[in-house]
Design a protein around this ligand. Structure first.
Ligand code: FAD
Length: 287
């Protein structure tokens, strides 16, 4: 348990003030006890995966940030059902690589997406055509009253960067359907996606990926670019000159710098196109 842990250490933005406590839980019983203790004390809590889709306020988060450790970072293949059973604390890339190593297709779309499986499930991470919800045979969650529930994949609502998981449910584990395929086919798909990312995204930058969701039938990046905003700077944050829907931290950016750019983008796009861009990035510690 780490008191006053700077969350900048736990986000891909490298931005964010301290959490009251940052706790890595290694077992289900530790997680259950922690959540019960928070409820008893009236202390807010949240789960953080790899922090690759979160903007944490500069003043931090006055609550407990929970990170899923050891027991939630295991995965195994169930050959009879062609499923990978993986803990929510697993990194998404480990699952993608495991599927590839065993010549199992279905997870290629996630290559190059940072983050944990839990974060990917919560966000329904993916591309325009493929997303993780399509692969979920079942998912196990811990409900706020301490009940463990296993849902079939089709019992969860999987929308565009949206799911029906309640905010106070912790995703613990899931079963992903994959199918045997030619490894060259799998590698080809993964390489094509990596090439596309290299050509269109500021790889290696401190960022959260796409800041805004694409409005129906439109590209947020194209709208932002057409407003002439590429390269615009606020403090040490910048609308990426490479991809207009990425805001990057050039070194010392604050959450305020990033949110100032977000407001600027929303205002310009609204004034120019009458479209209200919706954030894809999640906010923590802003009230
Ligand atoms: C360079 C870059 C490229 C990216 N490319 C893509 C892309 O192609 N497609 C895409 O969809 N996303 C993309 N992202 C965004 C991000 O990587 C994904 O949304 C990722 O799945 C988030 O996982 P995480 O573990 O980092 O989640 P976090 O950022 O830690 O959390 C995201 C949300 O999930 C919740 N959460 C996390 N774990 C759990 C859990 N176990 N139970 C319940 N709630 C939980 C958090 O509370 C938070 O609300 C990109 C990000 C970056 C930095």
């Amino acid at each position: 348990m780490y008191p006053h842990e700077p969350l900048a250490r736990h986000t891909t933005y490298r931005i964010g003030g301290p959490a009251r406590f940052f706790v890595r839980v290694d077992t289900l019983s530790a997680l259950e006890q922690l959540i019960a203790a928070c409820a008893a004390q009236g202390v807010p809590w949240t789960v953080l995966g790899r922090g690759s889709n979160v903007l944490v306020a500069d003043r931090g988060y006055d609550g407990v940030v929970i990170n899923l450790g050891r027991d939630f970072r295991r995965h195994r293949l169930v050959e009879e059902s062609n499923t990978i059973v993986a803990g929510a604390g697993c990194s998404l890339s480990v699952v993608v690589q495991e599927a590839f190593r065993r010549s199992l297709a279905g997870m290629e779309f996630a290559v190059g997406t940072p983050g944990s499986l839990g974060g990917a499930l919560r966000m329904n991470a993916g591309t325009a055509t493929d997303w993780i919800g399509q692969r979920v045979a079942s998912v196990t969650v811990l409900e706020p009253d301490g009940t463990l529930v296993r849902r079939r994949g089709d019992e969860v609502e999987w929308g565009y960067r949206h799911t029906s998981f309640a905010p106070d449910e912790v995703i613990l584990e899931c079963e992903l359907s994959v199918k045997p395929a030619d490894p060259f086919f799998i590698r080809g798909k993964m390489e094509a996606l990596v090439r596309r990312r290299k050509g269109s995204q500021p790889l290696g930058a401190r960022c959260c990926g796409s800041v805004f969701k694409n409005p129906e039938g439109k590209s947020a990046a194209q709208l932002i670019e057409a407003c002439g905003l590429k390269g615009t700077v606020a403090g040490d944050a910048q609308i990426s000159p490479v991809h207009a829907n990425f805001i990057v931290n050039r070194g010392k950016a604050t959450a305020r710098d990033v949110s100032d750019l977000m407001v600027l983008i929303q205002t310009k796009v609204r004034e120019t196109y009458g479209i209200e861009l919706q954030p894809e990035v999640r906010f923590l510690g802003f009230s």
